[in-house]
Every structure is written in structure tokens, then in C-alpha cells.
Design a protein around this ligand. Structure first.
Ligand code: ZN
Length: 273
């Protein structure tokens, strides 16, 4: 949660809050300040059963950039529901831009001796198919990025695609937005993890991010019974709606500012460029 840069009044109790004395929640004219005591907190955990109490897999990639259509996988972590994990690096066959290295710390020399992507991609495709066959939901934080990257990489090397249409996906980025509707501002994995009290030791390490995303998903399922469908199948429809609503909220804002509108997403994939 961001500390407030400027003095203000707590939106909850009205007390004066000095610079850095509390938190600034949300953005621009929709944003508000709260005192340290009134920082937003999630509801308590419930005892109910749901997809969050069953087996869950988790996936994360570090890549050469932020465009899921042209950027490549550099490292991957596919955490299985039973502790059988696929974790590794690949040589992306293209240079890693400095901007991307600054995020995940992997440079060309670190992946020069790593295998070509084909071996890992084949394994990952089979791994996703195995989840589909076993009806295990896959947690991916901002799935529209990582799943589009994987699908595009499989196309690029002419490898077979898993049964995407039968895959159950839980996307904590979309679920968090759906619950809060942007009230708490833009929330990256570190922000959402912090909110739910989950430690993140090594952000932008694929295995760490995948583990944290799964822990966050479990907290979301346990703490938001009224908004989260207990069946992963229904949660798919709910997340498609939330992903679309997020874009519509963004476009309302973009329209006021004269910015370019975003296409309605094809969650759990990114809209075509
Ligand atoms: Zn207050």
C-alpha cells in the first residue's frame, strides 16, 4: 500500500494525516487518504469449502518484455498440485533487453547455456493438458499475459496447444479487481500479497511469484465467499465478466482524458493486437 505523499484528512475518521503518516488509496480524483489505523484490511477467512481448499497448480514466466505476442520466455515455474514442479530457464533465442533484465535479473550470459525453448514448451503444454484431464484449476496472476505468452510460443515453434477451452483458470489479478473494483488502486502481485499478509521474498523470480500467486488465490477464496463462486467452472464466467468490466472502467477514464480505448479482453488471453 502506498504511503501518502501529501498531507490530507483520513477518509474514514477525518483526522489530519501528515505526509507519509498514512496511506493513499486509489488514483487521481477517485483516490483518498486514510490514517495508519484505518488502512483497508481484507475480511476474515471463512471455513467454507471451495476451489481454494482443493488442489491448485500455479504458473509464472519471466520474459524478454511486456508484449505477450512478441516477447519470449526466459524462465518458467509450473507448480503442480502435488509438489511435482517444472522450474527452469530457457535460451530465448533473442537478446534480453536491459529493461527486462532490470526486472528479473536474468541477462544473456545467464541463459546462454540454457536449452532451446522447445523442450520446456513441450513439457509445459503436456503439463497444462494434465491439469485439464484432472480438473485442477491453474492459478496465474494476470493470466492474459502469461497464457498468451505460452500460446504464442507454442505457435512460434509449431508445437501442439493444450486444451485451452477446458482449462480452469484462477487469476488473482482479475479477482482482486472484481472484488475491489479498483478502489484500492492498481494492484500488482506485491501489492495484493502485502494486503493479504503473504510474504514475498524474491519478487520477479518465477518460482517465488508462482508460489505467492497461489497463496494469494487461496486467501481470496477463503475470505470472499459472497463474491467468489465456489465452483471453478462458475468462477471462469465471473472472471470473464470482471476482466471486461475492468476494461470498461478503464475506457470510461480514458475517454475523459482523450486516451486510446482498450479492446474488451479475451480473458484468460490478451486481445489480439
Ligand atoms: Zn482514520
Amino acid at each position: 500500500m502506498r504511503q501518502n505523499a501529501y498531507a490530507g484528512q483520513c477518509a474514514d475518521c477525518g483526522v489530519e494525516v501528515g505526509p507519509q503518516g498514512g496511506f493513499r488509496i486509489g488514483f487521481g480524483e477517485d483516490g483518498f487518504t486514510v490514517c495508519a489505523e484505518h488502512r483497508p484490511t481484507p475480511p476474515p477467512r471463512g471455513e467454507h469449502e471451495g476451489w481454494h481448499t482443493g488442489p491448485l497448480a500455479s504458473l509464472d514466466f519471466e520474459t524478454t518484455g511486456v508484449d505477450p505476442w512478441s516477447d519470449r520466455i526466459v524462465s518458467y515455474a509450473a507448480l503442480g498440485p502435488d509438489g511435482r514442479d517444472l522450474i527452469g530457464r530457457v535460451n530465448p533465442q533473442v537478446p534480453i533487453p536491459d529493461k527486462a533484465s532490470a526486472i528479473h535479473g536474468l541477462r544473456d550470459a545467464d541463459v546462454a547455456a540454457a536449452p532451446s525453448p522447445v523442450v520446456a514448451l513441450r513439457e509445459l503444454s503436456a503439463w497444462v493438458d494434465d491439469l485439464v484431464a484432472r480438473w485442477v484449476p491453474l492459478v496465474v496472476f494476470n493470466a492474459a499475459f502469461d497464457l498468451t505468452v505460452l500460446r504464442t510460443e507454442l505457435w512460434r515453434y509449431r508445437l501442439s496447444q493444450p486444451r485451452w477451452d477446458a482449462l480452469l483458470v484462477i487469476d488473482p489479478f482479475v479477482v482482486d479487481y472484481g472484488i475491489e473494483r479498483g478502489r484500492l488502486g492498481s494492484r500488482r502481485l506485491v501489492d495484493v500479497a502485502d494486503y493479504y499478509g503473504i510474504a514475498i521474498e524474491n519478487a520477479h523470480d518465477a518460482a517465488c511469484d508462482a508460489r505467492v500467486a497461489r497463496d494469494v488465490a487461496i486467501e481470496l477464496g477463503a475470505r470472499h465467499r459472497r463474491v467468489i463462486r465456489e465452483e471453478a467452472r462458475l468462477a471462469m464466467a465471473q472472471q470473464r465478466f470482471w476482466a471486461a468490466r475492468r476494461t470498461m472502467d478503464f475506457n470510461r477514464f480514458a475517454m475523459r482524458r482523450g486516451r486510446r480505448l482498450e479492446p474488451i479482453p479475451d480473458w484468460p488471453f490478451a486481445p489480439a493486437p
